[in-house]
Each structure stands twice: as structure tokens, then as C-alpha cells.
Design a protein around this ligand. Structure first.
Ligand code: ATP
Ligand code: MG
Length: 234
């Protein structure tokens, strides 16, 4: 059974539909990447999964349960965490405080999970007290991912985690995404660094104008000349 099963998802922000019948599945062990032109509806689709955009038709089933138009706080409680494209950290707070904020709704002992996150991101362990606003873009993305992981999600939604990062940090971020996935977290990721993202992905989707344009394994997409030229930067 798929962990996430989105069927004919249609909706938007109240005006014309931005999502025009999108379909996507993800199983628990997968890294799935969504690529496509600016304005295609990639971020809007992620927001729809997370209950931030009104879904007018179609359904989003997670872990066997219909979560379409559920409230984000209920979706989080079921094990989905979302790292938005922008403003995904608290810049005036320290690394440690950002991680603590991530655990805000947890009533059990989250300290072991924080230790795991510091193991996963040693760079953050070295900078626990540093205000996140003073950190590099790559480090901030680690904080954002770490904060989401504080809830031990089963599914992590990452919207352009490598945007604006240097090549070295892009590689590092994708390696970390793989490591998080190996811990048993399904990953749905939107990426503009499409080729690199697909190289670590199990499967990929091309969205365009709010519709599915293409889907294949990561490798299959990279091998497809036409798709590469149209959507992956040649
Ligand atoms: N809050 C909003 N209110 C109204 N329209 C919005 C809002 N956010 C996005 N849109 C519109 O929805 C469409 C899809 O935007 P979306 O952010 O999903 O694209 P995207 O595929 O993530 O693009 P990018 O690659 O640039 O991040 C765009 O036309 C955009 O203008
Ligand atoms: Mg976007």
C-alpha cells in the first residue's frame, strides 16, 4: 500500500484552479522528486498535501486514511512534516531553540531524537547556540530539515531544499536526504536542481500547468532525452 496516494487533486487559492487533476503516489521507502517549470503548481501541490490549499476535487490518502482538506495540525499529528520553500526557520533563535520548536507538540521525551539529528547533522551539533539568522544558506536548510525531523515523521515534504546553495552544499543536502530516507522516512521533494535530485530519487514526476506531464524512475527520467531537454535543463 502506498504511504501517500493523491488522485485527481484539483484546487487552488480561491480563484482559478492551480492544480488541475494531479496524481502522485509514494511508498514508505521512496524518495520521490517533483520537477517542472516555475508556476507549475509544485509548491501548491505540497501545500495541498499539507492542508494549506483548498482541494476542490480529488483526494489525498495518507497511510490508508483520507486526509483531504484536513487541518495542518491534524496532518502533522499523523506523521507528515513540511519544510516550505521560504521562511522555514526562526532566524533570531539558536539552532537548539529551532529544534525545540520543532518538538513543540510532542508530549513525550524528544531528547533522543534531538541527539539523532545532531548525529545526522554534525555541523549543527557544533553550532547549537548560534542564531540561525547568522548561518549559511546550507546550514539553515539543515536546521529546517532537522526541525521537521523532531516530530519523527513518516513522510517529509521538502520544497526546494537546495535552492540558492553552492554546489558543495547541494551535494551534501542530497546526501542527507538519502540518509534521512534510509532511517525510514518517505521523502517527497520539489527540486529545481532536477538532474542531481533525480540521481538520488527512486521516482520522479514532471508537473506543468497544474497537470502531470511525465513520470518515471529517477534513472528513466535522466535517460529520456526529450524530458531532459524540456524540463531538466538539457
Ligand atoms: N498564495 C497564493 N495565492 C494566489 N496564488 C498563488 C499563491 N501562491 C502561488 N500562487 C499561484 O499559483 C501558481 C503556482 O504556484 P506554485 O508556487 O505552486 O508554483 P511552483 O511550481 O512551486 O513554482 P516555482 O518553481 O517558481 O517555485 C502560480 O501561478 C502562482 O502565482
Ligand atoms: Mg515552488
Amino acid at each position: 500500500m502506498a504511504l501517500l496516494d493523491a488522485t485527481d487533486v484539483t484546487g487552488g487559492y480561491g480563484g482559478a484552479d492551480i492544480l488541475c487533476g494531479l496524481n502522485l503516489t509514494l511508498s514508505r521507502d521512496e524518495v520521490v522528486v517533483i520537477v517542472g517549470p516555475n508556476g507549475a503548481g509544485k509548491s501548491t501541490f505540497m501545500k495541498a498535501v499539507f492542508g494549506l490549499v483548498n482541494v476542490r476535487a480529488g483526494s489525498i490518502v495518507y497511510d490508508g486514511r483520507d486526509i483531504t482538506n484536513n487541518k495542518p495540525e491534524d496532518i502533522v499529528a499523523r506523521g507528515i512534516c513540511y519544510v516550505p520553500q521560504e521562511r522555514n526557520v526562526f532566524p533570531s533563535m539558536s539552532v537548539q531553540e529551532n529544534l525545540e520548536m520543532g518538538a513543540f507538540i510532542r508530549k513525550d521525551d524528544w531528547r533522543p531524537q534531538m541527539e539523532k539529528i545532531y548525529e545526522l547533522f554534525p555541523r549543527l551539533a557544533e553550532r547549537k547556540k548560534q542564531p540561525v539568522g547568522q548561518m549559511s544558506g546550507g546550514e539553515r536548510q539543515m536546521v529546517a530539515m532537522g526541525r521537521a525531523l523532531m516530530l519523527e515523521p513518516k513522510l517529509l515534504l521538502l520544497d526546494e531544499p537546495t535552492a540558492g546553495l553552492s554546489p558543495k552544499f547541494i551535494d551534501e543536502t542530497f546526501r542527507q536526504v538519502k540518509r534521512v530516507n534510509a532511517l525510514g522516512v518517505g521523502i517527497l521533494m520539489v527540486e529545481q536542481n532536477a538532474k542531481q535530485a533525480l540521481a538520488i530519487a527512486d521516482r520522479g514526476y514532471v508537473f506543468s500547468s497544474g497537470q502531470n506531464r511525465f513520470e518515471d524512475t529517477g534513472r528513466g527520467m535522466l535517460a529520456n532525452k526529450e524530458i531532459a531537454e524540456m524540463f531538466l535543463g538539457g
